[in-house]
Design a protein around this ligand. Structure first.
Ligand code: NAI
Length: 253
């Protein structure tokens, strides 16, 4: 983060799916810029999450790990309420939690379709709805939805994922229009191939195929995505809403 110096002192954000990858980088970038974060994780990594959060929590910064499955609207309601109570307020939300279950459509299992839509689309909506209640009262705030170029261009084997991310982009526009009069900006970020566990789960031939699609022949890093999110949460992006920013090394150019 040495080349971008945002000052987010006294701000507080909710970041979903921060146990690893892009979400983890976003929380680290926010904490270094002085912001407190509620960060959700899903599985049994309580000890790991708490020691990482303790490392990041210093000065006025507090990183609060909270266990959450974003598919459960009641759990979302309770977890957002806990975050607001513990941090005192929220200035925004980064909807980052997401999964892939790639399968060719003709043989796609019902569970693969449902899990992806429930996590990437329904979960993002449930979180946005809860966090927005507080932002509307305060008449200020930001939401950044982590979409994907798959929500713009389509990719074979990803009809579920493409539908979820395309839906997220459409939801971003609708929320931006609803929220503009409350001084709340809602935008999406569409990364291309980013080197995280999600990409590591591809077979070697799929990874090399993916690399061939990127003009610069390199995958993006989680921290590059985090820096773009920081911009979108910063005052520099105050007049930007309802938009999808693409960060893909030129893949869709
Ligand atoms: P990752 O697999 O490393 O991390 C995903 C995170 O989401 C994890 O923390 C996981 O615990 C959480 N998560 C999954 N299901 C959840 C649920 N039901 N409830 C709560 N949390 C849940 O993935 P990565 O690469 O860091 O992806 C982050 C976001 O970026 C996702 O939305 C993904 O779709 C998106 N993205 C990733 C790209 C890539 O190439 N890695 C490209 C474009 C978008």
């Amino acid at each position: 983060m040495n080349d971008i110096n945002f000052d987010f002192t006294d701000r507080a954000y909710f970041v979903s799916g921060g146990s690893r990858g892009i979400g983890r980088a976003i929380v680290e970038a926010l904490a270094r810029a002085g912001a407190s974060c509620a960060v959700t994780y899903r599985r049994n990594d309580d000890e790991h999450m708490h020691s990482w959060a303790a490392e990041l929590s210093r000065g006025g910064v507090r990183v609060l790990p909270l266990r959450l499955d974003v598919r459960d609207p009641e759990a979302v309601r309770e977890t957002v309420a806990t975050a607001v109570t513990q941090l005192g307020k929220l200035d925004g939300l980064v909807n980052n939690a997401g999964i892939t279950r790639d399968e060719i459509s003709l043989s796609m299992a019902n569970s693969s379709w449902l899990e992806v839509i429930e996590t990437n689309l329904n979960g993002s909506f449930f979180l946005a709805r809860e966090v927005l209640k507080g932002l509307v009262r305060r008449k200020s705030g930001r939401i950044v939805n982590i979409a994907s170029v798959s929500g713009i261009t389509g990719l074979p084997g990803q009809s579920n994922y493409c539908a979820s991310k395309g839906g997220l982009i459409a939801m971003t526009r609708a929320l931006a229009l609803e929220m503009a009069r409350f001084n709340i900006q809602v935008n999406a970020l569409a990364p291309g191939f980013i080197d995280t566990d999600m990409l590591q789960s591809l077979r070697e031939n799929q990874r090399s195929g993916a690399l061939q699609q990127v003009p610069g022949r390199r995958f993006g890093s989680a921290m590059e995505v985090a820096k773009a999110v920081m911009f979108m949460l910063s005052d520099a992006a105050a007049y930007m809403t309802g938009q999808t920013m693409v960060l893909d090394g030129g893949m869709t150019a």
